[in-house]
Design a protein around this ligand. Structure first.
Ligand code: AHM
Ligand code: MG
Length: 335
């Protein structure tokens, strides 16, 4: 019989490498996987269930919230609140740290998540995703977690992952031992290992950026984007433009094929658009584990010490050589 490696089995085998592992982390991932299955099921059924459209609220970033965002946020919270593994949560959809309800035990881990990334795409049936990031707490055990637990640099992550709700649902994660992709088999509801040890090519063919921001960018970014479109066979140009506008999907494609995703700062969004804790850090951990690179243009994303929960950052992420090159443009080292 062919060996099928489920997500649970994979996590258990990974945890065996850590002497003293209690199984708590494995249980946390199992709770998370349950939430993801529920979100996946409802994302697939979004049109049928009549959950499309605006929920009539705005989130902390002042953006419109779609109904499925609210559902995904609540599902994550409710699947994770009672297990006794977490001391605090942070969600892109919630302005403040989310406490563990008083009736439940408090654990040693911290989770941050973007419950439904790319939500402006839902109504058009374009792939969306969930992104998560797990840390060990830094405040004393047994007490409720605080903002301090949530404001750790990305380099302290112990696990990060994302889910693409696409033509199939895929979960990609790392615990610092490579990047592994699992596909949800809808017939028996398990995530099965389909993409072991993913590595991103050191140089890619694809660039992904919202070029409608061109006039708002610094000259260095304009020059870089102009450069990648010029014809020069020796350096593999022009690169190919691909932009879905759903970060998880853009990132996932570039991870598999090679390339760069950029969301620079601009006059319109002086700190960039994407959030450090919910989007940049988890993707940065994954890309580094896959052999790629993530930068804010000047420094490694994972080295940034966050000051605010919903802090934004410029982001350049993908194949190492491609990110190196855009940094050179930013430093003014390219003609
Ligand atoms: P969201 O978390 O509110 O969905 O916003 C993040 C999304 C990313 O998925 C995507 O990369 C980006 O916003 C697209 O932004 P833009 O429409 O400005 O190109
Ligand atoms: Mg998002």
């Amino acid at each position: 019989m062919q060996k099928i490696v489920t997500l649970t089995r994979h996590i258990i085998e990974e945890q065996r490498r850590h002497p003293g592992a209690t199984g708590e982390f494995t249980n946390l991932i199992n709770d998370l996987a349950f939430a993801i299955k529920l979100i996946s099921y409802n994302t697939n059924k979004a049109g049928l269930l009549g959950v499309l459209g605006e929920a009539g609220k705005t989130n902390v970033q002042g953006e419109n919230v779609k109904k499925l965002d609210v559902f995904a946020h609540e599902t994550m919270f409710r699947a994770l609140d009672h297990g006794g593994h977490l001391c605090v949560m942070g969600s892109e959809e919630e302005e403040h740290p989310i406490a563990i309800p008083k009736q439940f035990p408090i654990g040693k881990y911290v989770i941050l998540f973007d419950p439904l990334d790319g939500s402006s795409n839902i109504d058009a049936n374009v792939s969306v995703g969930t992104i998560f990031s797990i840390y060990r707490r830094v405040t004393p055990d047994g007490t409720p977690g605080t903002l301090e637990d949530l404001l750790q640099p990305g380099s302290s992550q112990i696990c990060a992952g994302y889910v693409v709700y696409g033509s199939s649902t895929m979960l990609v994660y790392t615990t610092g031992n490579g990047v592994h992709g699992f596909t949800l088999d809808p017939s028996y509801g398990e995530f099965v290992l389909s993409h072991p040890d993913i590595k991103i090519p050191s140089k890619g063919k694809i660039y992904s950026v919202n070029e409608s921001n061109f006039d708002y960018w610094d000259n260095s970014i304009k020059q870089y984007v102009h450069y990648v479109k010029q014809i020069d066979e020796a350096t593999g140009r022009p690169m190919n433009s691909r932009y879905i506008g759903s970060m998880v999907s853009d990132f996932h494609r570039n991870l598999l094929y090679g390339g760069i995703f950029l969301y620079p700062a601009s006059r319109r969004a002086p700190q960039g658009k994407l959030r450090l804790a919910y989007e940049a850090n988890p993707m940065a951990f994954i890309i580094e584990q896959a052999g790629g690179k993530a930068s804010d243009g000047a420094q490694r994303i994972l080295d940034i010490v966050p000051e605010k929960l919903h802090q934004r950052t410029p982001l350049f992420i993908g194949s190492r050589e491609d990110v190196d090159l855009v940094e050179k443009f930013i430093r003014g080292e390219m003609p």
